[in-house]
Design a protein around this ligand. Structure first.
Ligand code: ZN
Length: 147
């Protein structure tokens, strides 16, 4: 497929912006569902993976713009491309700050459990997350007792 212009989607209805997807060498495009043909019910801002035809909806344009840079979080095919081909290669990680609150909470609880009884790991936990793991231990115990 030949590239005719640098912004091949700019003339399309509802086009907001696009970002090149370095894995597919094609664009991820942000559309305003109001002006494009997309369904608006799940969120006005629509990100589209041109290479794979995947879409994701966002209610917030700022967050939608961020999604353009992280197609592996919403396009299954891009996720496969992002997976390490061998155990030593590094897959790009979703930054902690960009994860949904419930995922952040789960990660903190899990990580807190892993560092229990190890002063060095506790120090590392505090450095990585900026909070002490102690408060999450209490929660984790409560979860275990409830079962
Ligand atoms: Zn994709």
């Amino acid at each position: 497929m030949a590239k005719t212009t640098s912004k091949p989607h700019a003339d399309e209805a509802g086009f907001v912006t696009a970002k090149n997807n370095h894995r597919t060498q094609q664009d991820n495009v942000l559309y305003d569902a109001k002006d494009s043909g997309f369904e608006e019910a799940e969120g006005r801002w629509v990100v589209f993976c041109v290479a794979h035809g995947s879409v994701a909806h966002e209610t917030n344009q700022k967050r939608a713009r961020k999604l353009l840079s992280t197609p592996e979080t919403w396009c299954g095919h891009c996720r496969t491309l992002a997976e390490p081909q061998n155990p030593v290669s590094n897959a790009p990680l979703v930054p902690f700050a960009l994860k949904p609150p419930e995922d952040q909470e789960r990660e903190l609880r899990f990580a807190a459990m892993m560092v229990k009884d190890n002063p060095e790991k506790i120090a590392l936990f505090e450095r990585v997350y900026g909070v002490k793991p102690e408060s999450y231990w209490a929660d984790a115990d409560a979860v275990l007792i409830r079962r």
